[in-house]
Design a protein around this ligand. Structure first.
Ligand code: NAD
Length: 484
């Protein structure tokens, strides 16, 4: 079986204790690889390497760093088939979804490579005659980047490129369930000319390998994408030493369907929002709020769409399995809990009957109604192909229910009425509000992040990411105009 070591100082590094973690293929349930089960000693070695590489990388001009990152973009394009294949196998997503994810990661990389020729500051006026003032962006130091497995190459690119263009060096904690994609990415960083030690990868468990990044005083930035519980712990520990902390956490995103919505379009986007990537998206539209006048009509069309989705890992499939056995169990337990809570399973709710899928971590696309809006499953993120439907009496109630969970990541509304759409978009507690589309995140040049328990206020892609990964300095000079 393939073993996936750490990547430290431009080369493979075996875990110091010689322990490995089994990674299972989500489609077959069989072991497929073993990633290094790193200890805090392994993490410290990666931090040492990132620290040593910092002076060289941070002192290059941003334009030069951008040129090197542009070479990395070229390599990602040349190796996109290998990257997509690896993601498809490690995560179990259908091939076209894996290709789409790689293309998204490349766009992200292109955007930030180009930032080397911008990295704009501001020129400022002054009350003092002859004083010229402006801001520049400077690197912070070592960035500890911690990612989950749901969209692994997108998550890696999302953090790595802005961190590097700003002149930081990186220790990345790969996701337990997507070890190989991080390893391939690391290999490409070396081929592209990124100096040794600038980008390092630690494989293994959150505890101890990831926690050792969070606890190490040498790490100046912690950027974490993952669950809200772990995010809270990171904010406490890294906050104590005043590290910069960027948290991209969970979501329970509302999808509102008004009585004047184009129903076919609403069903299409609701289905994609709820079930793409088997519902394992922080931005998944897992709570659908439907105007009562059209509730039954929407419900029937949506059930028919959900029941027709094809599970599997071939190009004709809509969604794959969930990532691991633990998550498979969690989702099935939550569905049973919802039924005990008064929920009615309108479709799905079980593992599929198809014997070809019997050993994988598959769950049928599941639609539940009859639950109170405050019930656990209506409010808590599940990270699986499960959605709850709730009738609402008008836009005010829709907005009220949209805003009742602790999260606030994305939201969508379907209506032909611009006033209603804008009322919702302006007032919903979410970092992203979409009209007549799905609860999807943003493009590489747009800010993404959440209100409430979905984050700590930072926004990562877009130029807003530069605020996470750089330190702003105000430089002023007093010139004596008129002397010459
Ligand atoms: P998770 O929090 O269990 O793990 C995420 C990563 O953190 C993994 O690499 C894990 O090893 C590491 N980790 C766990 N405990 C740690 C600790 N104490 N210290 C340091 N690192 C630690 O999350 P998951 O279940 O793998 O991922 C799903 C979650 O991620 C969902 O809640 C989802 O909403 C969220 N997510 C958010 C976004 C976003 O942009 N807001 C995007 C994708 C996923």
């Amino acid at each position: 079986m393939k073993t996936i070591p750490n990547w430290i100082n431009g080369q493979e590094a075996l875990p110091e204790k010689g322990n490995w973690l089994d990674k299972f293929n989500p489609h077959t349930g069989l072991p497929m690889s073993r990633g290094a089960d790193s200890t805090s000693v392994d993490t410290h070695r990666a931090i040492d390497a990132a620290g040593k590489a910092f002076p060289v990388w941070s002192s290059m001009t941003p334009v030069r760093r951008g040129q090197i990152l542009a070479d990395m973009v070229t390599l990602m394009k040349q190796n996109s088939a290998e990257l997509a294949e690896c993601i498809a196998v490690e995560t179990g997503k259908p091939p076209h979804d894996a290709v789409g994810e790689v293309n998204g990661a490349i766009l992200q990389a292109e955007f930030f490579a180009g930032e080397g020729m911008r990295l704009y500051g501001r020129t400022l006026t002054s009350a003092m005659p002859g004083k010229q003032s402006f801001t520049v962006r400077q690197p912070r130091g070592i960035a500890g980047l911690i990612v989950p497995a749901n969209t692994p190459i997108a998550n890696i690119a999302w953090k790595t490129f802005p961190a590097l263009i700003c002149g930081n060096t990186v220790v990345m904690k790969a996701a337990e369930d997507a070890p190989e994609i991080a390893h391939i990415f690391a290999r490409l960083t070396k081929e592209s000319g990124i100096p040794d030690g600038v980008f390092n990868v630690i494989q293994g468990r959150g505890l101890p390998a990831g926690a050792a990044i969070v606890e190490d005083g040498r790490v100046a930035i912690i950027s974490f994408t993952g669950s809200t519980g772990v995010g809270r712990w990171i904010a406490e520990v890294a906050g104590r030493r005043l590290a910069r902390v960027s948290l991209e956490l969970g979501g329970k995103n509302p999808f509102v369907v008004c009585d004047d919505a184009d129903l076919e379009r609403a069903v299409h986007w609701a289905s994609l929002s709820a079930f793409s990537n088997a519902g394992q998206r922080c931005a998944a539209g897992s709570r659908i709020l439907v105007f009562r006048q059209i509730y039954d009509e929407f419900k029937n069309a949506f059930i028919s769409r959900a029941s027709g989705l094809k599970l599997g890992v071939t190009t004709d499939c809509d969604l794959g399995p969930v990532i691991n056995q633990r998550q498979h169990r969690n989702v099935l337990t939550a569905i049973n809990g919802a039924v005990a809570d008064g929920g009615i399973v309108l479709c799905g709710g079980k593992v599929p009957v198809d014997t070809a899928l019997a050993n994988g971590y598959y769950i049928q696309p599941t639609v539940i109604d009859g639950l109170r809006a405050e019930a656990d499953l209506s409010c808590q993120e599940l990270f699986g192909p499960v959605v709850t439907l709730h009738p609402v009496d008008g836009i005010r109630e829709a907005l009220k229910l949209a805003n009742t969970t602790e999260y606030g990541l994305t939201a969508a509304i379907h209506t032909q009425n611009l006033d209603r759409a804008m009322y919702f978009a302006q007032n919903v507690r979410a970092g992203v509000a979409n009209i007549n589309i799905g609860t999807f995140g943003s493009e590489p040049h747009m800010p993404f992040g959440g209100f409430g328990a979905s984050g700590n206020g930072s926004r990562e892609p877009g130029i807003e990411a530069l605020d996470v990964y750089s330190e702003l300095k105000n430089i002023s000079v007093l010139t004596q105009g008129g002397m010459y």
